[in-house]
Design a protein around this ligand. Structure first.
Ligand code: KIV
Length: 268
């Protein structure tokens, strides 16, 4: 019998309660087994299987083309790599906007087929009934207000959102509908702080300043893997893009020069 106690798994109620304890929450996106395992072992509180995978994994200019089946596939991969973190999966574009009934069916698939603990969906006041329908079905929901990337065309681009009264109303609506947490994306720092003060659930900021209860970063941004675009709010904690290129270049050179494989990498 092992004497090592298994790590305690993060639950939705514990995630929610972290705010009351004043504990800041660290959230990272991940889209596959290996990255999820690394993030989980590094101690993140929550892994978000974000539909940003449409951009950083699939190479689309927006998240709009991502399908529910793709989200289910990636969430399954992530779930296999996680022992402790809460796994939240994004509902992609047009899988919940049609009706609350549609939202429950599709959110349910992310829990039932993929093994997510909760879903995230974008929108505030307009999504109140949808969030509530999911909660009534026993599906925990993380809200997402501010810059909602699935509405990129309606918003005229990936722009900072500055309408403080509307943003406050959106966050309040999501909380009232029963969400256990809310992502606040790309709003001025003082608005992020005001939203955090106004609601009772953890706010997870991305480009929303230091006043939020937690932060979320996209895995590829955090590691410097995504070459095309570095949003102002994304801090690079490593330059793995350069490291990966150098490693692959070194491999190509050694193969071409006959320096790899050696006896060490060969069977007798
Ligand atoms: O899709 C995503 O990765 C997200 C985060 C950036 C919050 O929604």
């Amino acid at each position: 019998m092992s004497s090592v106690a298994p790590p305690r798994a993060m639950t939705v109620p514990e995630f929610r309660a972290a705010r009351g304890r004043g504990t800041k929450l660290a959230v990272v996106t991940a889209y596959d087994y290996t990255s999820a395992r690394l993030c989980d072992e590094a101690g993140v509180d929550c892994i978000l299987v974000g539909d940003s995978l449409g951009m950083v994994v699939q190479g689309h200019p927006t998240s709009l083309p991502v399908t529910l089946d793709e989200m289910i596939y990636h969430t399954k991969c992530v779930v296999r790599g996680v022992r402790r973190a809460l796994v939240v999966a994004d509902l992609p574009f047009l899988t919940y906007q049609v009706s609350p009934r549609q939202a429950v069916r599709n959110a349910g698939r992310l829990l039932k087929e993929a093994g997510a603990h909760a879903v995230k969906l974008e929108g505030g006041v307009r999504m109140r009934a949808t969030v509530q329908a999911c909660i009534d079905a026993g599906i925990p929901v993380m809200g997402h207000v501010g810059l909602t990337p699935q509405a990129v065309h309606q918003l005229g681009g990936f722009k900072v959102q500055r309408d403080a009264p509307a943003l406050l109303a959106d966050a309040a609506a999501v909380e009232e509908a029963g969400a256990f947490s809310v992502v606040v994306e790309s709003v001025p720092a003082d608005v992020g702080t005001r939203i955090t003060a106004a609601v009772g659930i953890p706010t997870i900021g991305i480009g929303a300043g230091a006043g939020c209860d937690g932060q979320v970063l996209v895995y590829h941004d955090l590691l410097g893997l995504y070459p095309d675009f570095k949003p102002k709010f994304a801090k690079r904690y490593a330059d793995l893009g350069t490291a990966v290129k150098q490693a692959v270049e070194a491999y190509c050179t050694e193969v071409r020069e006959g320096a790899f494989p050696t006896a060490e990498h060969s069977f007798r």
